[in-house]
Design a protein around this ligand. Structure first.
Ligand code: NAD
Ligand code: ZN
Length: 348
């Protein structure tokens, strides 16, 4: 079968190669991939940054966002059969640790990431643990089903706190920040203010339901608040913050813009030396909660319900580019440009 492989421990180093089709057995299923999407993680691996150098063992098939069809199942698999349309949770947990057995598997320390710690989904076939498979609703377009993983990140973060009637700041209008906007609206947020440094992304945030947007390249968030707080009836700042840029200055802006007692959900992956004014956390009684992946499988159930209630059409514009997998170089260039939303690869 064909697969996109990170072959060398250098920047770039992706190759489309022929590799043996994996065999399935036991508690695993064999999935024929239909569509995959490129995640920031794949870009880190492509660029071979510090994180990738520490984490990835080459050669490795990359990718973890996918939709496909079950074509064979292992002898112990009872609930899945060939022909089913599926996606899956890319974090494989140990199943035995304290968190796993007490209902918090998303906190498992032994988590293995598909496309990170083992071969990924940018291939014609993949074997997948049956317990990690999510059966898809066939009425939902394949493009949308290929991005359930990041939609799950958005859902997990947007629902980390009760946002009903609250004023919410979202820093970063990448795909995940954008998808969080309609979720926040459905969950009853009062104001949703989105920041980014790219006008096209902010225009999309507005289309998805943001109350206001701020391009922090041109305007400071604090100036925006001074001018617009009365209009938005924002008295003391934001109740809830969703950091979705991974940019230190966005996080610092957020800490400064929170109301006392405000709550921050931190999804963006910041550099280790990112600075904030820690005394703002102390004296303003702020809560900061790290968000990793999706809750298994609470987030998946909530996401399915949101999709059924109309989220499918709302998030569709977040997918901006589509390529055949053989055009992977072009697709990665597009995803690296900083101008695209979600980039989907077609494997059919
Ligand atoms: P992305 O890189 O596509 O989006 C980030 C956005 O932030 C971009 O639109 C960029 O223009 C914007 N930005 C840059 N500087 C900014 C600033 N100073 N203020 C406001 N916005 C700014 O990423 P994504 O795929 O949407 O993911 C969002 C973040 O979440 C990334 O940091 C990613 O690494 C992280 N992530 C975390 C998890 C997790 O489990 N914790 C999972 C997936 C992604
Ligand atoms: Zn565990």
């Amino acid at each position: 079968m064909k697969a996109i492989i990170k072959t060398t421990a250098t920047p770039g180093g992706l190759e489309l190669a022929d590799v043996p089709t994996p065999e399935t057995g036991g508690y695993e299923v064999l999935i024929k991939i239909k569509k995959t999407a490129i995640c920031g993680t794949d870009i880190h691996i492509y660029k071979w940054d510090e994180w990738a150098q520490k984490t990835i063992k080459t050669p490795q098939i990359i990718g973890h966002e996918f939709v496909g069809e079950v074509v064979a199942s292992g002898e112990h698999v009872t609930h899945l059969k060939p022909g089913q349309l599926v996606s899956g949770e890319g974090h494989i947990v140990c199943g035995n640790c304290r968190h796993c057995i007490t209902g918090y598997p998303h906190l498992c320390r032994q988590t293995v990431g598909i496309g990170v710690n083992k071969d990924g989904v940018f291939s014609e076939y993949i074997t997948f643990p049956a317990g990690n498979v999510w059966i898809c609703d066939e009425r939902i377009p394949l493009d949308i089903l290929s991005i359930l993983d990041p939609l799950g990140n958005a859902t997990h973060t947007a629902l980390a706190y009760n946002v009903l009637g609250e004023d919410v700041l979202v820093t970063g209008a990448g795909p995940i920040g954008l998808m969080s906007v309609p979720i926040l609206k459905r969950a009853g947020a009062r104001n949703i203010v989105v920041t980014d440094i790219n006008d096209a992304k902010l225009a999309l945030a507005q289309r998805l339901g943001a109350t206001a947007v701020v391009n922090v390249r041109n305007d400071s968030l604090s100036d925006f608040l001074t001018e617009n707080s009365p209009k938005l009836s924002l008295k003391e700042g934001f109740d809830i913050g969703l950091e979705m840029s991974g940019n230190p200055s966005a996080f610092s802006d957020m800490v400064n813009a929170m109301a006392n007692g405000g709550k921050i959900a931190l999804l963006g992956i910041l550099p280790a030396d990112a600075q904030i004014d820690w005394n703002k956390i102390v004296f303003n009684s702020l809560t900061v909660k790290g968000i990793y992946g999706r809750q298994m499988y609470d987030t998946w159930y909530r996401m399915a319900a949101l999709l059924h209630s109309g989220l499918v059409n709302e998030i569709a514009p977040v997918i901006t580019h589509r390529f055949h997998y053989t055009q992977y170089e072009e697709a990665f260039a597009c995803a690296r440009s900083g101008e695209s939303g979600k980039v989907v690869l077609d494997w059919i």
